[in-house]
Every structure is written in C-alpha cells, then in structure tokens.
Design a binder for this molecule. Structure first.
Ligand SMILES: Cc1cc2nc3c(=O)[nH]c(=O)nc-3n(C[C@H](O)[C@H](O)[C@H](O)COP(=O)(O)OP(=O)(O)OC[C@H]3O[C@@H](n4cnc5c(N)ncnc54)[C@H](O)[C@@H]3O)c2cc1C
Length: 398
C-alpha cells in the first residue's frame, strides 16, 4: 500500500496556487461585486442570465487556463489534454474546492468544459466540437434530465425519429448546467426500444443556433453561482447522422462509463469543501471567547471538530481508493457511489458544524459560512441523489 500523494498532483497544486495568485486574484480584486455579500444581484440580469461583464471575467480565466495548460488537464494527450490520471485530477479538484468561493471555479471549465464522453467522437466531430472546446473557444452542456425524469432518465420522454437521412429531436431538458451559454448541447433522446430500457437512447451533438433549439427559462438556484442552470427545449430540431455521438442507441452506456469518474470528482470536491469549512471553524474556535476562554477549549465544541476531522479523513481515502481502483482497471461502481454518497453528506455535515461553531456569525451573509451552507446542499442531489447512490451500492452487494 502506498498512501503518498502522486508527485504530479503536488506539482499541479503548486502551479495552480501560483496561477490563482497571479491571474485570478487580480480579477477578483477588480470585481468585488461578483463575490461580495450581494453577489447574486450583481451576477444576473432580470431574466436571471449572467451579465456580460461576469461572462467576460469567466471567459478570460478560461483562456488563461488554456494557455497555462490547466484546462482539460484530465483529457488524454491525443486530444490536446494534459493526460492527468483520475486520482491526480481528483486530488487537484479537492485542492481547488478548499478555498473561499471565487473565480477559480472557471479554471477547469466545469460542466461547460471538455468531458470524457466526447472521446466517443468521430474525426470530423473532433474538429468541429472537441478541438475548439479544448481550446476554450466554445462551451457545451450535458442535457439528460427532463421535467418528469431525473433519477430514471432511461424513462425519458425526449425522442429522435429518423426522417430521410436526418434525425428530428423533440423534448424538454431541465436544470441543465451551462445550458444558457453552451454553443452546443449533448442531448439524449430515445431512438428505439421501450421506456425504461437502457438501450435505445442516443446522444446527439446539437448546435445551439439550430432552428427549434431554445433556452426557455433560466432557473434560480440555492447557493450556486446564479444563472447557471436552465430549461432547454428541442422542438423538431433536425440534425444529420453525423451529429450522433458514438453509436446509435448506445448513448446511455457511453454516458454511464463517464459518470463514474464524475462522481469521484464530486466526492473530492466535497472533501475539499469540508476541509475548508473545518479549517474556518477551527480558526474561529481558537479565537472566539466565551466565559473567559476560547470556545475551542470546551469539549462541546472541540469534539464536534474532532468528529468532523475524522470524517474528512475517512472520505478522503474513500474517494482516493475508488479512483485508484478504476486506474488499476478494477470495477469500482460500489466505491464510486460510496464516495459520492459520503462526500455529499460530509460537506453538508461540515457546513452544519461550521455554522454551529460560528453561532450567529455563521448565519450572516457577510461571513464565509452562509454561502457554503447553501451551496453544499446540491451535492446530495445532482449526479445521482443519495438514494440513487445507495441503490447502486445495494445492487452491487446483493
Ligand atoms: C444544480 C443542479 C444542476 C444540474 N445539472 C444537470 C445537468 O447539467 N444535466 C442534467 O442532465 N441534469 C442536471 N441536473 C439534474 C439532476 O441530475 C437531477 O436533479 C437528479 O438526477 C435527480 O433527479 P430529480 O431531481 O428529477 O429527482 P427525482 O428522480 O424525481 O427524485 C426525487 C426524490 O426521490 C428519490 N428517488 C427517486 N427514485 C428512487 C428510488 N428508486 N429509490 C429511492 N429513492 C428514489 C430521489 O433520491 C429524490 O430524493 C442538475 C440538478 C441540479 C439541482
């Protein structure tokens, strides 16, 4: 057993810290309105779309990240990525999450950036979509969830029917991250078979300027950067056969192969968030005095911190173990789900402990806990809810 951090992860973390200091912090200082107490009001317009000034900052960081080689670092070198392995990129994800909210989220691209599912593309699709995506010139979105189907996307209502040599897509997708800004969407629609079947679903690459493609409504969310999620409508959108990603009827399997790594990264993000909240709470407990002593000297407070530190360490090694298994070619469905489940719970527990330790100050928007408290809740919902992770773990057991 080797518990040491891969040397590459240590190097990237150091380089990222320098990059943030040199390129990101000056932009944050220039735009305090996007990070301050009233950030939500400044980032979006009256229709909840992000304002051009905010988009410009995000795009600047994306371009600088491309130039510095951080963008798409976990994509293979053959497509212009950094070829960084899953364990290393998860450790880097944890490191990035262990900071106060800021523009550094744009460094890796998030849901709008390069994704492994696009490795199923053809040579032509690579030139049209993947290459410019890797260069940070365009962004994308992953459109699977529908108003009536989230945990059970295999029951989706969206359809694509063949008409001559074209596919005609009809459907409605909900809560799509980066949907309002994406240049093209990866859209899932049923092309054959019955509702509930995993086969028969195809993934299409659909340009946002196609007739019948519309951004219907930008959702308002809890604790996340506002203006990030929207409803997308596909009303008789016609695309050629060359827009099928991977095999016809096999889109779901292609997506599922990719989603495991995504869950590990969410777990890593959750551990970084929890560590950040723990550090804040420890600092506060050292300084804040009641009854003539720092509150950290009271077991009622210090034991909460001790339990949290123990949990952080447990989940850290759980996600790293899951990543290590995948990297060694082993099946890790159970461990991926365990890490996502426990990571999401952990971040929420950390936010709760930090708020309790801060007392009333934790509740105030000018203090660092409140936004994190709201923002961590979604971790228990997206990319498979807690219950869906338990379902996966149970299926692997029984
Ligand atoms: C901020 C945010 C961003 C998102 N971004 C995207 C995106 O970019 N692309 C995309 O396609 N989707 C996205 N989603 C959608 C997300 O993936 C779904 O919300 C998630 O899969 C859950 O689906 P649902 O919300 O429809 O809940 P439902 O499936 O309706 O579930 C409701 C409740 O029932 C429980 N439940 C459901 N089935 C079972 C079962 N069999 N056993 C036990 N309990 C069960 C669930 O755990 C949940 O508690 C996003 C969601 C959010 C909140």
């Amino acid at each position: 057993m080797d518990f040491s951090e891969p040397a590459e992860a240590t190097q990237i973390k150091k380089a990222l810290d320098e990059f943030i200091e040199q390129e990101v912090v000056p932009l944050e200082n220039e735009h305090p309105e996007f990070l301050g107490e009233d950030y939500e009001r400044h980032i979006v317009d009256e229709d909840h779309f992000q304002v051009p000034e905010y988009r410009e900052v995000v795009e600047t960081i994306r371009q600088k990240s491309v130039e510095a080689g951080f963008y798409g670092m976990d994509m293979p070198e053959e497509v212009g990525g950094g070829g960084v392995d899953l364990l290393t990129s998860a450790i880097v994800t944890e490191h990035l999450a262990n900071r106060p909210p800021g523009f550094h989220d744009a460094i890796m691209g998030g849901a709008g950036g390069p994704t492994a599912i696009l490795l199923a593309c053809t040579e032509e699709q690579r030139e049209e979509y993947l290459d410019p995506l890797m260069e940070g010139e365009i962004t994308t979105c992953f459109a699977l969830t529908e108003p009536d189907h989230g945990s059970d996307p295999q029951y989706m209502d969206a359809t694509a029917e063949k008409d001559g040599d074209e596919w005609v897509i009809d459907g409605n997708k909900y809560w799509i991250t980066n949907g309002p800004y994406a240049d093209f969407a990866m859209v899932f629609a049923r092309t054959s078979g019955e509702k509930g079947e995993y086969g028969g679903i195809t993934c299409f690459l659909v340009d946002a300027d196609k007739e019948g493609y519309s951004v219907e409504h930008v959702h308002r969310t809890m604790g996340l950067t506002p203006g990030g999620q929207c409803e997308l409508r596909f009303d008789g959108v016609r695309v050629g056969e060359d827009k099928v990603l991977g095999e016809v009827d096999q889109g779901f399997q292609t997506a599922m192969n990719w989603i495991g790594g995504g869950r590990i990264k969410i777990a890593a993000n959750a551990v970084g968030t929890a560590q950040h909240l723990l550090d804040l709470a420890v600092d506060y407990a050292r300084d804040r005095e009641t009854f003539g002593k720092p509150i950290g000297h009271r077991q009622g407070v210090s034991f909460q911190l001790a339990d949290l530190a123990t949990e952080v360490e447990q989940v850290r090694w759980l996600y790293r173990y899951a990543a290590w298994k995948i990297q060694n070619g082993e099946r890790a469905r159970k461990e991926e789900s365990m890490a996502k489940l426990r990571g999401a719970e952990l971040a929420n527990q950390a936010a709760d402990v930090a708020m309790q330790v801060y007392g009333g100050a934790g509740f105030m928007k000018d203090q660092p806990i409140e936004r994190r408290y709201r923002g961590t809740r979604v971790l228990r919902i997206f990319e498979g809810t807690d219950e869906i992770q338990r379902r996966t773990i149970a299926r692997e057991l029984i």
